[in-house]
Unconditional design. Structure first.
Ligand SMILES: NC(=O)c1ccc[n+]([C@@H]2O[C@H](COP(=O)([O-])OP(=O)(O)OC[C@H]3O[C@@H](n4cnc5c(N)ncnc54)[C@H](O)[C@@H]3O)[C@@H](O)[C@H]2O)c1
Ligand SMILES: [Zn+2]
Length: 359
């Protein structure tokens, strides 16, 4: 078992525990502190794991949302809040979110809003949710066609990460989590070495169980230093500007797959514009290709660049700002004019296609 504590100046304490068999042991002990407990999950996850909730809590109220990003909406959030009100939860209650990043984001926001905030326990069941979304206290729903437009920062009381959930995870969801894992590797040299040495078994259950705590420890440290995303935490955007550009254009791959693609493109940009170490960046690109498995088809890069330009988050005047990998464990902020960025994305896409590689 491994555990971490995030304590910052501005947020309440959040404890993260990684171990197998969490539902019957650790969760039951943590819930002993609460007189009222409310469970929130999605249909897929509840069908697989609902009956495994400890005997003492089987009669607690439960609210189940339909699975998937399409339901990460204010409507789902308010249905959950209504169910919590109907159950007459008090301020001392605990909301337990069992599911992937969607359940965690919606449930985390409901816990932040209900009576101005009640305790929340996150039990992430996807690889992405364990290494990324459950750690750090960002909660949100999508609104007005914009992802995560309505949200709040609020740390969960506990995060319980259990690798046995991966046994039922579709391969695509594993690849999705690998996107954020390789991104962490690009920011943290010891993690990169672990990934590189084990590149032949990236999807192996034992390897994932071993690498999850390393990822959580890394993200927890970044959050501890910058919980409100004023500075350091922005490093977690590595690869994401280009990832979002492709994601907005066709949305056929999962977010993590776009992150892997985004890192390949941004590693190429780093070689040309940020003085990046070419040998290391080649290895990083290889790691991304291995994690992607088969070669994904992408929409035209120029269209993606056009959408990146419309994304206000990326734009400072007429430039796109990227967090790019440069050397092992090092990143840089790179600003490129939009025209240069668009032309470069096209050039890289052409080169990758001609080389028979990804994209
Ligand atoms: N809050 C943050 O800091 C943060 C960070 C990254 C991503 N996110 C958010 O996370 C969301 C994506 O999360 P996700 O990738 O976990 O997607 P998800 O929650 O939609 O889960 C993916 C699918 O896997 C199913 N599933 C979950 N656990 C399973 C299991 N153990 N076995 C079988 N099926 C299972 C779900 O029902 C769903 O169909 C996005 O909305 C994204 O914005 C948030
Ligand atoms: Zn991401």
């Amino acid at each position: 078992m491994k555990s971490f504590t995030i304590r910052t100046k501005s947020v309440e304490e959040s404890r993260i525990v990684c171990r197998a068999g969490i539902l019957r042991t650790t969760l039951v002990r943590a819930l002993a502190d609460y007189r009222e407990v409310f469970f929130f999950s999605d249909r897929n996850v509840w069908e697989l794991y609902g009956r495994k909730i400890g005997r003492a809590y089987r009669n607690s109220p439960v609210h189940i949302m339909p699975a998937g990003e399409a339901h990460k909406t204010p409507e789902t959030l308010f249905k959950l809040l209504a169910a919590m009100a109907e159950a007459q939860l008090h301020r001392g209650a605990c909301l337990v979110c069992l599911g992937g990043g969607v359940v965690g984001d919606v449930g985390g926001l409901a816990a932040a809003l209900y009576m101005r905030g009640i305790d929340c326990i996150q039990i992430p069941t996807t690889l992405l949710a364990q290494v990324d979304s459950s750690v750090g206290g960002k909660t949100a729903v999508d609104f007005a066609g914009v992802k995560n437009l309505i949200g709040a920062f609020r740390q969960p009381r506990y995060v319980f990460a259990d690798p046995t959930f991966f046994a039922t995870l579709p391969p695509r969801e594993v690849r999705c989590g690998l996107g954020e894992i390789v991104k962490h590797g690009a920011l943290h040299a010891p993690l990169f070495d672990m990934l590189w040495e084990n590149r032949g078994r990236l999807t192996d259950g034992d390897f994932l169980a071993a690498i999850v705590p390393e990822n959580i420890a890394f993200k927890a440290e970044v959050v501890r230093q910058d919980a409100d995303e004023k500075g350091l935490r922005k490093c977690l955007n590595l690869g994401h500007t280009t990832a979002h550009a492709f994601e907005l254009t066709d949305g056929k791959l999962s977010h993590g797959e776009y992150v892997l693609v985004g890192m390949i493109f941004e590693a190429e940009l780093a070689k040309k514009f940020a003085g990046g170490d070419a040998a290391y960046l080649d290895d990083l690109e290889d790691l991304c290709r291995i994690a992607l498995g088969s070669v994904p088809a992408l929409p035209p890069a120029r269209e993606a660049a056009r959408l990146a330009r419309l994304d206000k988050k990326n734009a400072v005047s007429d430039e796109v700002v990227l967090t790019v990998p440069v050397r092992k464990g090092e990143y840089k902020l790179l600003s490129l004019g939009f025209d240069v960025y668009a032309a470069e994305l096209e050039r890289i896409q052409r080169a990758l296609t001609e080389g028979g590689a990804a994209c």
